[in-house]
Write a protein that binds this ligand. Structure first.
Ligand code: C2O
Ligand code: CU
Ligand code: CU
Length: 486
């Protein structure tokens, strides 16, 4: 296996984009770097698991009601090893929840994790703070939480995961996460692949340390405290090196970086182009042709890949840099969808002159000292008060420098900024207009060392919300704050 070092300056869409991807090679477990001679063995012919769509138990048309249970289980990721896991309604990860814009949604969540507390947070969903599932919405062991909310935002691929104070990293690592789809008139009318599990696939990419003993042991050492928990084994939908048979035609992949800390640089083994059609919060105005996409932890991208010129039996791999994550095998069925539409949706640009407040958020520190604006998370302190309905400019800066990072082991760190209950537009990245695939709705924004990203948003939902770094070990260490919309 090839050695895998993340430390590059990349060129993306012709714009020099310096991103130092701090991290560890997949073939070296950070916790056991001297003891990694036991290579993981893939199960033979593992097909890509497709999570079930969660059944809506309410017969009414625009009401949706779901049942979700966080539970402990076991799963075989590697040949001959049974791994202890967490999952929603199953052994690892969770079902896909699919709703329509306008729906009234109720989710009955049960905590079956034994004696552990948990929460379930809807990442990217615009809902009031009391339904958001942040660290204040604790579900006690054997307890339940049943938030209700209305879907008021456009079609998007969002996700859900625990958000327990200081424990998010561990609970996500052990398997708690799932996708949350919103459909609307736009997504239903577009001539793009929409058949779940046939030409429209969920692709949740994670990395886990399974090589040592096959268990999802969550122990943080110096390295993982600094860089976050990075694994030696890539998983897609909870499978190691799986394959997926795809139709000879256009295929939609809904990509989620579901890792705790690793930044993925995704491309195909043959360097083929694909079209990004959606970012975190929904469709881009136009498809953006590209041959690689960088996703920080929690970021999503929907892409369309065209397999129509392939021959039956052809195999293409999805890579993170040059490491294979999964295999696409072209089948004999072909699928409709002739052309990729030129136009996907209209996005109304929020006018910066509407902004009444400008706030700055500065990522600083490392290891246990990571903070935002010099402060670490305190449940009893509200850091920012936002007026409901206000439009604000949020400037996010990462003061980490290559030099400082250099002293501490060679690399500065990119931090993915995320805020709850709202979708942002990026006005500027380092004083320049963002690249085309960042010109849509975003809820998670990767900010590389030395970068400054200027965003704008309108805060429509009220309540208490979090903003934080989505490297989960940084979040758990305190790189998080609270804002109240009122
Ligand atoms: Cu994806 Cu505060 O979370
Ligand atoms: Cu979130
Ligand atoms: Cu961070």
């Amino acid at each position: 296996m090839k050695k895998y070092i993340f430390n590059k300056s990349l060129k993306v869409s012709g714009v020099a984009f310096f991103l130092i991807l701090a991290g560890c090679s997949y073939n070296q477990t950070p916790d056991q770097s001297n003891n990694s001679n036991s290579l993981p063995v893939a199960k033979e012919n593992t097909t890509l698991p497709i999570p079930p769509l969660l059944e809506d138990k309410n017969p009414a048309d625009d009401v949706a009601e779901f049942y979700l249970k966080a539970q402990k289980s076991t799963k075989t990721f590697l040949s001959g090893v049974e791994t202890e896991t967490y999952g929603y309604n199953g052994d690892y990860l969770g079902p896909v929840i699919k709703v329509n814009k306008g729906d009234q949604v109720k989710v009955h969540i049960e905590n079956g994790l034994g004696n552990e507390e948990t929460t379930v947070h809807w990442h990217g969903l615009e809902v009031p703070g009391d339904a958001d599932g942040g660290p204040h919405n604790v579900i006690k062991p054997n307890g339940t939480f049943s938030p209700s909310f209305t879907i008021t935002q456009p079609a998007a691929t969002l996700w859900y995961h625990p958000h327990l104070l200081h424990k998010t990293g561990e609970q996500v690592y052990k398997g708690l996460a799932g996708l949350f789809y919103i459909e609307d008139e736009v997504s239903k009318k577009l001539n793009i692949p929409t058949t779940y599990g046939e030409d429209d696939f969920p692709i949740v990419i994670q990395d886990r340390n399974l090589r040592q003993n096959g268990q999802l042991t969550y122990n943080l050492n110096m390295m993982s405290l600094m860089h976050g928990m990075q694994g030696d084994t890539p998983l897609v939908n909870g499978a190691f090196d799986p394959y997926l048979e795809v139709p000879k035609g256009k295929v939609r992949l809904r990509l989620l970086n579901g890792s705790n800390a690793r930044i993925f640089q995704l491309k195909f083994s043959n360097n083929d182009d694909f079209w990004q059609i959606a970012s975190d919060g929904g469709f881009l105005e136009k498809p953006v042709k590209m041959n690689q996409v960088i996703l920080g932890p929690a970021e999503r991208a929907e892409v369309i890949v065209d397999f129509s010129s392939y021959k039956q039996g052809d195999k293409v791999q999805l890579f993170d840099q040059d490491i294979g994550l999964m295999n696409f095998v072209v089948g004999n069925k072909s699928k409709g969808v002739a052309e990729i539409p030129d136009k996907l949706t209209d996005i109304e640009n929020i006018n910066p002159s509407k902004a009444t407040v400008t706030r700055t958020f500065t990522f600083q520190g490392m290891g246990k000292a990571v903070n935002i604006n010099g402060k670490q998370m305190d449940m009893d302190r509200i850091d920012e008060e936002v007026q409901r309905g206000a439009t604000e400019i949020w400037e996010i800066t990462n003061t980490d420098s290559g030099m400082m990072g250099g002293m501490m082991g060679g690399m500065g760190m990119a931090h993915p900024f995320h805020a709850h209950g709202v979708q942002f537009q990026i006005l500027e990245r380092n004083g320049k207009k963002p690249q085309e695939n960042e010109q849509g709705w975003k809820d998670t924004i990767l900010v590389a060392p030395g970068e400054k990203v200027k965003t704008i948003a309108t805060f429509k939902k009220d309540g208490l919300f979090m903003y934080h770094c989505h490297i989960l070990e940084h979040e758990d260490a305190g790189m998080m704050g609270q804002f109240r919309v009122n």
